[in-house]
Design a protein around this ligand. Structure first.
Ligand code: PHE
Length: 364
């Protein structure tokens, strides 16, 4: 048996002496390769007398396991030695100045959407989306908007030369560029079971063009549908939102009775402001500024979506994103949002590495 002990100690010496992975591999071949020393001993097993063969076979197997284990240990220590050497050689110079910040900026519309979504996200709302090219049913009919309503007239709405037959209709009607984000209320109520809490940022289109109106603008819609939702929830939700968004903890809100075909009762919401010397400041200053529309979802709208208004009710609200951004960041002219002027974007834009937070971008 001493030949196996000898082979083990010579293998150990050779393994310890291998200083890099290549010479270690040479040792492996020398012992375990096809013509290796251990392999030769294995081949001799056939000529061992049968009564000793079992014991000899076990000893050779043990030897193979021992050498393999030694090889693995050495491989590991060579690798970690190589890592230590690299770590020692490749030092990071933490005194170097940082690379210049990237030149790009987040557009105030994107930033404002992120902030609004983040505040409602904290209240348990999830983002929902719908198509910009909408069917008459979702944009108007299901929202209880009557045929004579001005929003349906061509001077207010962009119609397409493409028609579609909406759910429940017999005649095809032209498709529209959605005039508000409210059609997503319908799409969501028709496809999801309450409870529903969605926040819907997106592009909207109206045939308007002047200093305070753009044919393409942005809205955020909110919708809550559940079995015990009331106007108190609507008010609390919007008060919390406005105070967080404008970062004014005592910001007063005024709910003014109004009318939308798809809510009943409906309200327009004003926030406190001052307009002294032409500059608008948000806060408890005695003056008022309208910022959004809201109301309890009309029972007809709930029924139009296949839900039972005797069981389900809730509230909805909608606001213009450009308007919110202009008020929060003091941007005076709506048209500048779409001019793609890099100087404007450098001034009003936000650093891309900034995390979207409720008040993170506040310019004060
Ligand atoms: N869709 C309305 C608009 O564009 C806003 C609104 C949304 C009002 C939801 C009430 C409820 O003016």
């Amino acid at each position: 048996m001493s030949d196996t002990n000898e082979l083990l100690s010579s293998a150990r010496a050779a393994i310890a002496g291998a200083g890099d992975p290549a010479s270690l591999d040479a040792v492996r071949i020398e012992y375990l390769g096809k013509k290796g020393k251990l392999t030769e001993l294995m081949k001799g097993l056939g000529s061992v007398p049968p009564e000793q063969r079992k014991e000899r076979g076990a000893a050779l197997n043990q030897l193979k396991n021992d050498i393999t284990a030694e090889l693995e240990r050495r491989t590991e220590s060579l690798n970690s030695g190589a890592l230590d050497a690299r770590l020692a050689a490749e030092k990071v110079d933490i005194t170097l100045p940082p690379r210049p910040a990237p030149d790009g900026r987040i557009h105030p519309i994107s930033q404002t959407i992120d902030e609004i979504v983040s505040i409602f996200g904290d209240m348990g709302f999830v983002v929902a989306e719908g198509p910009d090219i909408e069917e008459d049913f979702y944009n108007f009919t299901a929202l209880n908007i009557p045929p004579e309503h001005p929003a349906r007239q061509t001077q207010d709405t962009f119609y397409l030369n493409v028609t579609s037959t909406s759910p429940g209709a017999t005649e095809p009607s032209p498709m529209v560029l959605r005039t508000h984000t409210s059609p997503v209320q319908i799409r969501t109520m028709m496809s999801q079971k309450p409870p529903i809490r969605i926040i819907v940022p997106g592009r909207t289109y109206r045939s308007d063009h002047d200093a305070t109106h753009s044919p393409n603008f942005h809205q955020v819609e909110g919708l809550v549908i559940d079995t015990s939702t009331h106007m108190g929830h609507l008010k609390g939700c919007l008060i919390d939102f406005a105070r967080a968004f404008f970062d004014v903890p005592d910001l007063p809100l005024r709910f003014r009775p109004s009318h939308f075909p798809f809510t009943e009762p409906s309200a327009e919401v004003d926030i406190g402001c001052s307009r002294k010397s032409g500059e608008i400041k948000i806060g408890n200053f005695g003056d008022w500024l309208e910022v959004l529309g809201c109301g309890m979802v009309h029972p007809k709208v709930i029924a139009n979506c296949g839900l039972d208004p005797a069981i389900y009710q809730g509230f909805a609200f909608g606001m213009g994103i450009e308007r919110m951004a202009m008020l929060k960041y003091g941007i005076p002219d709506l048209r500048t949002f779409y001019e793609a002027d890099m100087r404007w974007l450098k001034h009003y834009g936000f650093a891309p590495v900034d995390m979207p937070s409720t008040t993170g971008g506040l310019a004060r």
